[in-house]
Write a protein that binds this ligand. Structure first.
Ligand SMILES: [Zn+2]
Ligand SMILES: [Zn+2]
Length: 397
């Protein structure tokens, strides 16, 4: 029975469509935080909250533990039991029921079991997912605000050891599943996590303020798997998100005491979306990377270089003549204009100045997107040239 309730609970935690991300353009904030804000609402249904099976483990990492036969309770070893610890450590296998070492959230054998201050134990990943939504124990509702703030989810050694020692086969299977799941999450072209929020560009920093539960999970997975990457796309009313985006590489994550985080990222490869999917409430996509087509002909390359130099100079003048207020805001959020590059075809994304300009120029995201998707440096430079010429034609720009 508890399994049904808990399954329902997971559905309610991660049901897609209940939360919506939106972003505020950073230019408008006078506070100058420069963070794209993602809005969210708590997901827990009240009817689910109180109805979970209560199972409390009162174990401590430091004290020895004795398993009482067939029951789901663990008692701290008394002095009497300690004196014959050699015999009590050899627990007959038939007295140990794997179900007693099952996480009440995922209904599987504990993996990296952590015990909250209230005494309830869960898999580390499972508890973290609950805390994404609300800083309470999912079973007894005790506040876990401080526990979350510390972020020290120490594995409960006694349980971990017990599992490894007495349920080695089950543990091996559980580990295998865990590794398979991690591998699936690590693929950088298949089922790539997609953050639907704002435009991102190669080489351009993109600081994010993450507080929506599904994106907390996404960012944590990017860190746990070691990929430290996810795709960024803007939303699309029909498809959910648009056909082109840019990978963001996580440079650092700063967790706030309430579980929100400030994630510092920088743009990586551009991509085209081949197909869309969902994973635990966030979007995913199969993607292919976009690369500029190389110009090999020397005459053509010479003309491209000239065009690039002209656009670079035009952009430099435009940026220098911007009102101090705008100039400083751009410096604060996107850094200085990148230097002129010696080889404009050095990377498959072309020179960084194009992306910096695209990020700072006051143009519609749809227009920015069309330039992002181009694989011809020449076309990209021409578009940027047109925008700059237009902006410079407006008096008092
Ligand atoms: Zn679990
Ligand atoms: Zn609890």
């Amino acid at each position: 029975m508890s399994s049904v309730i808990i399954q329902k609970r997971w559905e309610s935690l991660e049901r897609p469509g209940l939360t919506r991300a939106f972003s505020l353009r950073v230019h408008s904030s006078s506070g100058g935080e420069g963070l794209k804000r993602v809005c969210s609402a708590p997901q827990l249904g009240d009817q689910d909250k109180g109805s979970l099976l209560k199972r409390k483990l009162s174990v401590s990492d430091t004290e020895p533990c004795v398993v009482s036969s067939g029951s789901s309770k663990y008692k701290k070893g008394s002095k009497q039991q300690n004196t014959k610890s050699k015999t009590s450590r050899n627990v007959p296998k038939n007295l140990l029921d794997p179900n007693d070492l099952e996480c009440s959230l995922c209904m599987r054998l504990f993996y990296e079991p952590v015990t909250a201050p209230c005494g309830h134990t869960f898999c580390k990943n499972c508890l973290e997912r609950c805390l994404d939504h609300t800083p309470q124990c999912p079973l007894c509702k005790e506040s876990l605000k401080e526990y979350l703030a510390c972020r020290k989810y120490m594995v409960t050694t006694v349980l971990d050891t017990l599992i490894k020692q007495y349920l080695s086969q089950e543990y091996a299977e559980r580990t295998k599943t865990h590794l398979e799941e991690t591998r699936e999450l690590s693929d950088l072209t298949k089922n790539v996590p997609i953050f639907v929020c704002t435009m991102a560009y190669p080489t351009v920093p993109c600081p994010l303020h993450v507080f929506e539960p599904r994106y907390r999970l996404m960012i944590r997975r990017c860190m746990d798997t070691g990929t430290r990457q996810f795709g960024m796309c803007i939303s699309d009313s029909q498809k959910g998100f648009v056909d082109y985006g840019c990978m963001l590489i996580i440079r650092s994550v700063h967790f706030l005491p309430d579980g929100r985080s400030v994630v510092d990222t920088i743009g990586g490869k551009r991509f085209r979306v081949l197909s869309r999917g969902m994973k635990d409430g966030y979007s995913t996509a199969d993607i292919e990377h976009l690369e500029d087509s190389r110009v090999e002909d020397s005459n053509e390359l010479e003309r491209l270089q000239e065009l690039h130099d002209a656009v670079y100079e035009q952009a430099r003048v435009w940026f220098q003549n911007l009102k101090v207020h705008f100039h400083n805001q751009i410096l604060l959020h996107f850094g200085p204009m990148p230097d002129r590059e010696a080889d404009i075809q050095a990377t498959p994304n072309g020179p960084a100045c194009c992306w910096w300009l695209l990020a700072v120029l006051p143009i519609d995201p749809r227009y920015q997107l069309s330039v992002l998707s181009m694989t011809s440096l020449k076309e990209r430079l021409v578009k940027i040239q047109q925008i700059l010429t237009y902006l410079q034609s407006i008096p008092n720009n």
